[in-house]
Design a protein around this ligand. Structure first.
Ligand code: PCA
Length: 426
């Protein structure tokens, strides 16, 4: 594997989300299609493994996807029960930019026997897209895939969720907005990365507040009502969250105190990590996991705070030499659903989604705890110097942590205080 390569190989094979209906930019699988107008959908189906379809959504996006998925989208209007954003509603024949009549499409792309079966099935089945930011073989993503399988089973096939790993459908920093607007029905996101929008999203990234899996679960429960309300106010519903192992510090040199960090270029994944960097004299740049390997390989950054899990995902020993297991906090990936898409489900499918979410939360948390030490061992086995860090480093970091906790409490007011009080009293 070359230095710049990473585990996000799927990005080369999975179709990429396309940018805009104005048509100048399009997923690399289907350059031909935009030379034809969007109503030339059937020829697009003939492209290698992918096709594009324009959806008259408020954001005016064109999507490219594997043919099977496109067929499902095309079927969706027949079910008449997709989300309320309008992009799934039946095409208006008078508007040439909208999809052609269903029968025309099916006649062009499916043999008639298959057509009959597909139309019959479309009356019940609902297909959802679940964009996630992390690689397909990361335990978080595997847990999401198991969740999707559970949902398919307990809904008797009425709801099928397709997990799109490694930012392949929406990039990490676009996922929350995509679910909010209904461009995706469900998604997983490191919500703390949206703390600039509301600092409450960073409840899981307060340094040294909850540094064990057990404490992290208690903090999650304490925060759930506030976080649930916050997501609700944005048109979404909280489903489940799974922690990352405790966060340590990666450097390409020995570091024994904050003074040793001065001037180092640092990869941040949220406002908290950026703040730690600033308070330690480093230079932060926010970089999604999918771009992380390249950023290290090309020298854009030389340090980060993350878990052993991400270090192993990215074969980080090819880029840095030291891991300090300071166990600063356990950030979470949170799974949430578009509220209108959820409301449109039959009651029994809603129940199925919720119970599968509860199972996923328990299963994912147990998996994180099981794997945590192994990740750190793998870093060491691959030649990295792994330690808990010097006393000076601990003292410096806890001083930074105290300041950041006070800042967070000041920014979040009564809601933040309620989370901490409930957490501490449980
Ligand atoms: N890995 C993720 C977030 C926290 C973690 O351990 C990342 O570095 O992007």
């Amino acid at each position: 594997m070359s230095k710049a390569s990473n585990k996000h190989g799927g990005r080369n094979v999975l179709p990429r989300r396309t940018r805009k209906l104005d048509g100048q930019r399009i997923g690399h699988h289907a350059p031909k299609l935009m030379r034809n107008p969007p109503w030339d959908f059937p020829p697009g189906v003939g492209l290698q493994g992918a096709a594009c379809i324009s959806r008259p959504s408020p954001t005016g996006m064109t999507f490219c996807h594997e043919r099977a998925r496109i067929r499902k989208w095309v079927q969706a209007p027949l079910s008449g029960k997709m989300n309320k954003k309008g992009w799934q509603s039946p095409a208006k024949k008078s508007d040439p930019t909208v999809r052609p009549d269903m029968k025309t499409i099916f006649a062009a792309i499916l043999p008639s026997a298959l057509l009959a079966a597909a139309v019959a099935g479309a009356a019940q089945a609902e297909s959802w897209d679940m964009p996630v930011a992390y690689p397909a073989d990361n335990y978080q993503t595997k847990n999401d895939i198991a969740f999707a399988e559970d949902v398919k089973t307990c809904s008797g096939g009425a709801l099928e969720i397709t997990v799109h790993p490694a930012g392949s459908l929406f990039k990490g920093d676009e996922i929350k907005r995509a679910v909010q607007t209904g461009d995706a029905q469900i998604g997983e996101r490191l919500l703390s990365a949206h703390a600039n929008e509301n600092p409450l999203f960073a409840y899981d990234s307060i340094p040294f507040l909850a540094s064990s899996f057990e404490a992290s679960d208690r903090l999650r429960d304490a925060a759930a009502p506030v976080l649930g309300k916050l997501l609700e106010s944005q048109g979404m519903m909280l489903l489940y969250s799974v922690p990352w192992p405790a966060q340590g510090m990666y450097f390409n040199k020995e570091v024994n105190s904050v003074a040793d960090m001065a001037g180092v270029k640092f990869r941040a994944y949220n406002a908290t990590t950026a703040k730690v960097a600033e308070l330690s004299g480093m230079i932060p740049t926010q970089i999604e996991a999918a771009e992380l390997k390249q950023a290290f390989a090309t020298g854009v950054v030389a340090a980060m705070i993350s878990s052993g899990a991400t270090g192993v995902d990215e074969k980080i020993w090819e880029d840095v030499s030291h891991f300090y297991d300071v166990k600063a906090w356990l950030p979470r990936n949170t799974v949430f659903v578009n509220a209108a898409a959820f409301a449109a489900l039959p009651a029994e499918v809603q129940d199925c989604l919720k119970s599968s979410a509860a199972t996923a939360q328990t299963r994912g948390t147990a998996e994180a705890a099981n794997l945590a030490q192994g990740f750190v061992d793998t870093l060491a086995k691959n030649g990295m110097t792994v330690s808990a860090g010097s006393e000076q480093l601990s003292a410096d970091m806890s001083e930074i942590g105290n300041k950041m906790t006070a800042d967070w409490l000041a920014m979040t007011g009564a809601d933040g205080a309620a989370i901490i009080d409930t957490y501490k009293s449980n």
